[in-house]
Design a protein around this ligand. Structure first.
Ligand code: MRU
Length: 347
């Protein structure tokens, strides 16, 4: 099963808001339908956002009616702006939009259009390959019999297949190691309970679901051998923006001498931001906190805050696992080396 699939005149995604209860596939036939699906979290996870945004640019380009090349490019730019305005934290989304704009070259509009589809396909293929490579490298950190704590969903559903943090687990299992995963439920939107628990159960990888509040307890009882999470954006100094609650886990892991690993493709590293303080944090609707799956749990009228991500300072990050290698401190030099980015706009 692919999280996102190009189907010529539409983009097919699995609706992640309906999992695990139902497997519903959506056929999105316009770039603004994709923008709405992103906002509504029907598709989510940093690499998946990049891939679907790339295909949405390619799809939007098929429908552009323009007299001149300039007009065509101006309209393509506006499509990119609509997509970039959906969610602010995952850098993969912005990088994909920029890549598609840069790929809009060719003699004719037809040539540009097919070039855009090619570029989107390349992004998908690169992400799939990066997942496999980071999985193979990261699996070296997982020993037979390990229990791994993860947060949110950094699995196949957050990419196109395989996954980043869960890709590391999958690769370790493929190597014949016995691995048990502790998955946090991940309030407010329950990506851990709904998506990670589903993905792992489907594959027969043992998983224990815990409430977010239980992480300190299990990290202090020597039950967890390491933490592996994904990332939405990694700053030049190694600070990591990931799902809200990741920072709590990182501090508790350090307190209990449990290694804290971040698995992310180099497409998630953004050398144009010096530290995590510069990473925009998405603020979502308070209703996601006052309600659980549409059911009110808080008194009417109560105020609620809902930042979707937090930043884990690099001093808590034992290592970052990428497709180009596993790096530790000093992150500034090492991230530059493995990404080859020079620090321009989004690298
Ligand atoms: O709000 P979400 O569900 O898009 O947040 C996703 C995460 O925080 C993931 O950990 C991250 O995008 C990495 S996915 C490989």
């Amino acid at each position: 099963m692919k999280t996102v699939e190009w189907a010529e005149d539409k983009i097919r995604i699995i609706d992640q808001t309906r999992l695990p209860g139902e497997q519903v596939f959506l056929e999105l036939d316009s770039y603004d339908a994709v923008a709405v699906a992103i906002k509504e979290m029907r598709i989510r996870g940093a690499p998946a956002l990049g891939i679907v945004a790339a295909y949405a640019m390619a799809l939007g380009a098929q429908r552009i009616e323009a007299e001149t090349r300039e007009e065509f490019l101006a309209q393509l730019h506006r499509i990119g702006e609509v997509l970039a305005a959906t969610r602010p934290t995952a850098v993969n989304l912005f990088r994909a939009v920029e890549r598609l704009e840069a790929a809009a070259v060719g003699e004719s509009v037809a040539e540009i259009r097919s070039g855009l589809i090619g570029e989107a396909r390349r992004i998908e293929a690169e992400e799939a390959e990066a997942n496999r490579r980071m999985g193979a490298l990261g699996a070296g950190l997982i020993e037979d019999g390990f229990t791994v704590l993860t947060h949110c969903n950094a699995g196949a559903l957050a990419t196109v297949s395989y996954g980043t943090a869960l890709g590391v687990v999958r690769a370790a299992v493929e190597q014949g190691k016995r691995v048990h995963v502790f998955a946090t439920e991940t309030r407010p939107l329950l990506q851990g309970a709904r998506l990670t628990a589903w993905e792992l159960s489907q594959e027969g990888i043992p998983v224990t679901l815990i409430a977010d509040t239980m992480t300190g307890h299990f990290l202090s009882r020597e039950r967890i051998n390491c933490v592996v999470v994904g990332a939405d954006r990694i700053a030049a100094n190694g600070d990591v923006a990931n799902k809200i609650g990741t920072y709590n886990i990182a501090v508790l892991a350090a307190e209990n001498s449990v290694p804290f690993y971040v698995a992310a493709p180099t497409s998630t590293i953004d050398l144009s931001v010096a530290s995590g303080a510069e990473i925009p944090i998405e603020e979502r609707s308070p209703e996601e906190v006052t309600h659980i799956q549409g059911v009110r749990i808080a008194p009417p009228g109560v105020e609620a805050a809902n930042p979707a991500f937090d930043v884990t300072p690099h001093r808590y990050v034992s290592a970052i696992i990428t497709e180009n290698g596993i790096v530790g401190e000093p992150y500034v030099e090492r991230l530059r080396k493995i990404t080859g980015q020079r620090g321009g706009r989004h690298g």
